[in-house]
Design a protein around this ligand. Structure first.
Ligand code: PLP
Length: 385
C-alpha cells in the first residue's frame, strides 16, 4: 500500500492493460519495460549524482490521492477539504522557518523569481542592483533578466560561500535592491554566512532572500531553527521538498514576511490572482508531503535528514582518509578532486556528477535519498586501497 509498484508488478499490469486496449503491444511493452528498468536502476544505495531523492514511504499514495482529487485551488472555495490540507502543511512549514506567509510553488527557480519580483514591487526606491555570490543558482540570473534587474556577483571563499567583506564593500559603493543568499549551493551544498549578511541587508535596507532550495531541510531541523530566528532580517525564503525532503516533483514552497499581492476567489477570471508566479495548482504540490506528515509525523523527516547528513559526513571522512581534497558544505553534498577515467565512467552511470568549485573541476556526491549509503558509494569508487 505504501510502496511504489515493483517493476515486475508494473510490467504485468501494463501488459494486461495494453492487451485489453488492443494497443500495439510489442513496441509499447518494450518501451514501458525500458522506462521501468531506467527507473529501477536509480533505486540504489550508491546512486548519488543528483538531487533526486528516493520518495518518502507514503508519497506514492499521496500522489495517487492528488490525481484522484484533481481540484484547482485557484477556486479554493470549491474544495474546503483540500484547502485545509494545504493550510495544515503550510502552517507547519511557516512554523519551521519562522516566516509569516507561505505558498506552494513548482520549484526553486519560481521561488527566486517570486522573491525578486516581490522585492522589486515592494521597494519604491527604484534600485535595480541585486547581489548574489558566484555560486548562486543560475535561476537567479534568469529572474534578474526577466525583471530588468542588474545582478552583480560577489566572490566566494574557499568553501564556496559569499565573501562577507566583499559584499559589504559592494553595498557601501552601491546599495542594492536585494541580496540573494544561498543555503545549500548547487555544487558543494555550502551555506552563505547568514548572520553577518543579514546585518548588512538590514543596514542597507535591502530585501534579503534565502535560496534554500536544497539546504532548507537542514535549516528546518529543530536544532538549527534558532539560527534563522536570530537573523536581523529575512524577507523571503524558498525551499524544495522535492530535492531534500523525499517528495516527488513538483513540491516547493515560497515563504516570506509579507504576503505577495494576491486574491483568490472562485471567479478568478474576473479578478485574477496577480501576485504569484505560480498559476493553476492543486493537490499535486503538497498532498504527498501532507500524507507522510499525517502518518509518520515531522520527526520522521527530521530523523531521515539527520541520517542523510551523517552519511554525507561519513563519506567525506572516508575520502579524506585517502588524502583526497574534499568539500563538505554541511547540507549533504560532498565534492572531491580525483583523477582517472574510472571516475568519469561513474558520472556517465549516474553514480556521481561533476561540478566546478572556484574554477576547479570536482566530482560530486549528493546525499538526497535516505537510503544512500556512504560505505557502498565509497566501494564503487575506483580507488586502489
Ligand atoms: C540552490 C538552488 N536554487 C534553485 C534551484 C532550482 O530549483 P528547481 O529545479 O526546483 O527550479 C536549484 C536546483 O538545483 C538549486 O540547487
Amino acid at each position: 500500500m505504501n510502496q511504489s509498484l515493483a517493476a515486475s508488478q508494473a510490467d504485468t499490469l501494463l501488459t494486461a492493460l495494453l492487451r485489453h486496449h488492443q494497443v500495439d503491444a510489442a513496441s509499447s511493452l518494450s518501451h514501458c519495460a525500458a522506462l521501468l528498468s531506467e527507473a529501477e536502476s536509480f533505486r540504489h544505495a550508491a546512486k548519488a549524482a543528483h538531487m533526486t531523492p528516493e520518495l518518502a514511504p507514503y508519497s506514492h499514495l499521496g500522489m495517487q490521492l492528488a490525481t484522484l482529487h484533481q481540484g484547482n485551488l485557484l477556486s479554493a472555495e470549491l474544495y474546503p477539504e483540500l484547502k485545509q490540507a494545504e493550510s495544515d502543511t503550510l502552517n507547519w512549514l511557516k512554523q519551521c522557518f519562522g516566516l509569516r506567509y507561505a505558498h506552494f510553488s513548482h520549484g526553486g527557480s519560481d521561488n527566486n523569481l517570486q522573491a525578486l519580483w516581490q522585492a522589486r514591487d515592494h521597494t519604491a526606491s527604484g534600485k535595480k542592483i541585486v547581489y548574489a555570490s558566484e555560486a548562486r543558482h543560475y535561476s537567479v540570473d534568469k529572474a534578474c533578466r526577466m525583471l530588468g534587474l542588474d545582478l552583480q556577483l560577489i566572490a566566494t571563499d574557499a568553501e564556496d560561500r559569499i565573501t562577507v567583506s566583499a559584499l559589504e564593500k559592494a553595498c557601501k559603493k552601491a546599495p542594492p535592491l536585494a541580496i540573494v543568499l544561498t543555503a545549500g549551493t548547487s555544487a558543494t551544498g555550502s551555506l552563505d554566512p547568514l548572520q553577518d549578511t543579514s546585518e548588512i541587508a538590514e543596514q542597507y535596507q535591502a530585501w534579503l532572500h534565502i535560496d534554500a532550495a536544497w539546504g532548507g531541510s537542514l535549516l528546518m531541523l529543530p536544532e538549527h531553527r534558532d539560527s534563522l530566528r536570530r537573523l536581523s532580517k529575512v524577507d523571503s525564503l524558498g525551499f524544495d521538498p522535492h530535492k531534500s525532503l523525499f517528495q516527488p516533483r513538483p513540491c516547493s514552497v515560497y515563504l516570506s514576511q509579507l504576503a505577495p499581492e494576491y486574491s483568490s476567489q472562485t471567479d478568478y477570471l474576473a479578478k485574477a490572482p496577480s501576485g504569484r508566479v505560480t498559476g493553476s495548482y492543486g493537490a499535486e504540490l503538497f498532498l504527498p508531503l501532507w500524507l507522510n506528515l499525517r502518518i509518520l509525523g515531522e520527526n520522521w523527516f527530521f530523523q531521515q535528514t539527520r541520517a542523510r547528513l551523517g552519511q554525507a559526513r561519513h563519506f567525506s571522512e572516508l575520502l579524506q582518509e585517502q588524502g583526497l581534497n574534499t568539500w563538505n558544505g554541511g547540507s549533504g553534498i560532498i565534492c572531491f578532486e580525483a583523477n582517472g577515467e574510472g571516475f568519469d565512467s561513474l558520472v556517465t552511470e549516474g553514480i556521481l556528477s561533476c561540478a566546478k568549485v572556484r574554477q576547479r573541476r570536482v566530482y560530486r556526491a549528493v546525499f538526497a535519498g535516505y537510503r544512500t549509503q556512504a560505505d557502498e558509494l565509497f566501494r564503487a569508487l575506483p580507488l586502489s586501497l
